[in-house]
Design a binder for this molecule. Structure first.
Ligand SMILES: NC(=O)c1ccc[n+]([C@@H]2O[C@H](COP(=O)([O-])OP(=O)(O)OC[C@H]3O[C@@H](n4cnc5c(N)ncnc54)[C@H](OP(=O)(O)O)[C@@H]3O)[C@@H](O)[C@H]2O)c1
Length: 328
């Protein structure tokens, strides 16, 4: 029977999400990859327990995570039931609806029908009465924003979600739905955008909207799916995401195209006494709107490396300029 480390809260930083009362661990663990039925349950458990033992309180899921879709929620549900149920009140679980999940007109996007049905399915797979945060996973230009907002608001009123969020929304869409949520008094507190050294779109207006609306961000793929680590410095390992056939969003061509910048960034990290992964996470956390970086990890050693990012979060102006130069 798993027993969590007593000192698990000693070295983690907890950041408030916008102006809400909720704090998230500065590093959160995502279940997009590495937690499907195709992945070993023993490794899944090791990663989850190591995360929790080091103060990571937030685990991020979605209806479609796997493969197969849904299996990450089922697997995490099993871990929760077998090993973590005593700790439920120390854990923030999130899920999402919006991407394709089941056939027909209700299995994706942002209608009330789709969002409510998907949340019910997620709760069943997770074995939970409620999730702490429920997200609309991507904007849907064919559904009135009012309807999507009402669907998320309903989930809160039904007690199925404590807080709601949006993901992949533009600054304009975020400002518009925030206004609707304010009118409904919905606890809309968080945005989940992509952000890393190779994708800085968040800086082009979104952080301004978040600050103005009192919202916080949790940023996904902070390591650019592994590019911003030492994973590909000496070639493409057979078990890496860039090589695996079930992860079409990171190609071997992309690895080759970024390698020269990655090598230069790695030098900056070495001069700071950090690994590139540690520096990339610390760099993300420099923005005040970002409450948490949402990492993936295929093994415990990666997680332990990433946790060390918190040992040095400060950058000199010179280091920041050098990083900007490399990224140009
Ligand atoms: N809202 C959305 O639309 C959306 C989209 C994408 C992701 N997300 C969320 O964000 C989470 C994280 O996304 P992500 O997995 O792309 O994040 P990431 O942290 O950028 O990439 C994780 C991958 O990088 C490699 N890695 C991690 N730490 C490493 C280290 N210290 N050294 C060497 N390699 C390391 C591993 O690759 P290998 O597998 O090759 O070992 C790992 O699977 C997801 O699980 C999900 O919860 C949300």
């Amino acid at each position: 029977m798993y027993q969590a480390q007593e000192k698990r809260y000693d070295n983690m930083q907890y950041n408030r999400v916008g102006t809400s009362g909720l704090k998230l661990s500065a590093i959160s663990l995502g279940f997009w990859h590495n937690f499907g039925d195709v992945d070993k349950m023993t490794t899944q458990k090791e990663v989850v327990f190591t995360a929790f033992d080091h103060g990571i309180t937030h685990f991020d899921l979605a209806n479609n995570y796997g493969p197969p879709a849904g299996s990450a929620e089922t697997n995490f549900g099993r871990i929760l039931k077998d090993d973590l149920h005593h700790y439920r009140d120390e854990i923030i679980v999130s899920s999402k609806a919006g991407y394709y999940m089941w056939p027909g007109p209700y299995g994706e996007w942002g209608s009330k029908k789709s969002i409510v049905a998907s949340c019910n399915q997620s709760l069943k797979r997770l074995g939970l009465d409620y999730v702490d945060i429920f997200y609309h996973h991507r904007p849907d230009s064919n559904t009135p924003l009012e309807e999507t907002a009402q669907a998320l608001d309903l989930l809160v009123r039904q007690g199925k979600a404590l807080y709601v969020g949006v993901s992949n929304y533009s600054p304009e869409q975020t400002a518009a739905i925030s206004k609707l949520f304010k009118a409904l008094h919905t606890p809309f507190i968080i945005h989940q955008p992509p952000y890393n050294m190779f994708n800085r779109r968040v800086e082009e207006g979104l952080t301004d909207v978040l600050a103005a609306e009192g919202l916080g961000a949790i940023v996904f793929s902070p390591l650019a799916q592994g590019l911003l680590t030492n994973r590909y410095l000496n070639g493409i390992p057979a078990d890496s995401r860039a090589h695996r056939a079930d992860s079409p969003f990171l190609s071997e061509e992309r690895v080759a195209a970024t390698l020269s910048k990655v090598r230069q960034l790695n030098e900056v990290a070495e001069n700071r006494g950090q690994t590139l992964a540690e520096m990339a996470l610390a760099w993300n956390l420099r923005l005040p709107e970002i409450a948490s970086v949402l990492i993936g990890a295929s093994r415990v050693s990666q997680l332990l490396d990433n946790l060390k990012a918190l040992d040095n979060l400060d950058f000199t102006p010179k280091e920041l300029v050098r990083i900007d130069e490399i990224l140009k």
